[in-house]
Design a protein around this ligand. Structure first.
Ligand code: TRP
Length: 336
């Protein structure tokens, strides 16, 4: 494809990514996505979407919490440094065109292909859902494809778990372009490193495992969560030498206090430093690391009218792009 056509008027390639609003974000979300999104804002024309309709696929009973969780998600995003002036921060359900494109794309993928989607198969197994699967849940990747293609995204920053969905998106884009003429770029995944960040129990940090620390946590909460966190289980007594490479605390040092890593490893291996001291030192470092983020979040939290305006503005800007895309879709298909 012509290089210039792949770019926006500002000359930058387009990115879209999204998160489901299921509660406050934690350090795993931060290292696995937000930190990366922040960087991408410098080089790309970014769209970040609160995927609220997607929550309904697995948590219909939580529908009434979704609006509140979406606001919390904005606060975490803004605190983390996403820039509402530069990037388009919007809510999926406020841009109704997503529903229309979802419907049209649903005609361009087979049932069998969706049933073979590994992410879907895993979810059915993990959630024990059996026959309870909704039509909408099967269509999860079709809605996601609509999200991505709506903004003509060239790249989609995601964790590795989302790669099957990206592949499905590419298939639907190809099918559309093949049948109706080239409208959509085929988006590439940008896989995020550091996606497997350990939680307080040493396993991957994940809300469902209850081992998370929220990025908005207060200094007291941070200390409280770090105190009982997983360390080297072989280090029973204070005088036993430790093994930093298997300690969650050590991974957190590497991420949030790189300047203290060497000394920490050395003092751990020689038992010069005990785990309790080590954790409290880490807590201080992390409290400092997330200080600016917490303060920025609190500023926005104090001003709900400002937040409303940011949400309205982001959704409005997304709607303008969506209307344009649907015009191109209607004209290519000769319908609507
Ligand atoms: N499925 C994604 C997740 O669970 C959320 C999502 C919805 C998304 N739409 C998207 C991610 C579009 C990237 C692009 O995290």
């Amino acid at each position: 494809m012509d290089q210039d056509k792949e770019k926006t008027p500002a000359g930058r390639k387009v990115i879209l990514s999204g998160m489901r609003p299921t509660g406050r974000l934690h350090w795993g979300n931060y290292t696995g996505a937000l930190e990366n999104w922040n960087e991408l804002q410098k080089d790309y024309d970014c769209h970040f979407m609160v995927a609220d309709w997607h929550v309904l696929t697995t948590a219909l009973d939580k529908a009434t919490e979704i609006n509140e969780n979406s606001r919390e998600m904005y606060l975490d995003w803004l605190g983390a440094g996403l820039d509402p002036e530069n990037s388009v921060l919007f809510i999926q359900s406020r841009v109704k065109e997503h529903a229309e494109l979802f419907l049209l794309l649903s005609m361009m993928i087979s049932m069998g292909r969706l049933e073979r989607n590994p992410t879907f198969k895993e979810q059915i197994r993990d959630l024990n859902m059996g026959n309870e699967i909704s039509f909408g849940h099967l269509g999860y990747p079709v809605l996601q494809a609509a999200d991505i293609l709506m903004y003509m995204a060239h790249a989609v920053p995601v964790g590795e778990d989302q790669l099957p969905h990206l592949e499905l998106t590419r298939e639907m884009a190809r099918r559309f372009n093949h049948n109706f003429g080239i409208v959509f770029p085929e988006p590439e995944p940008l896989v995020t490193k550091f996606a497997r960040f350990p939680g307080t129990d040493g396993k991957r940090m994940s809300k469902s495992l209850g081992n998370t620390i929220e990025i908005s946590a207060s200094p007291e909460e941070i200390r409280k969560m770090i105190k009982p966190a997983f360390t080297d289980p072989a280090r029973v007594r204070r005088s036993d030498p430790g093994h930093p490479e298997i300690c969650a605390i050590y991974t957190w040092y590497q991420k949030f206090m790189p300047e203290a890593v060497e000394e920490t490893a050395q003092e751990c291996r020689t038992a010069a430093r005990g785990c309790v001291d080590c954790k409290m030192k880490l807590a201080d470092g992390i409290i400092e690391h997330f200080g600016p983020l917490r303060e920025r979040r609190a500023e926005y939290e104090k001003d709900p009218a400002k937040l409303d305006e940011i949400i309205r503005d982001g959704c409005q800007r997304a709607s303008v792009v969506a209307a344009k895309t649907m015009e191109a879709v209607h004209s290519a298909m000769g319908i609507g």
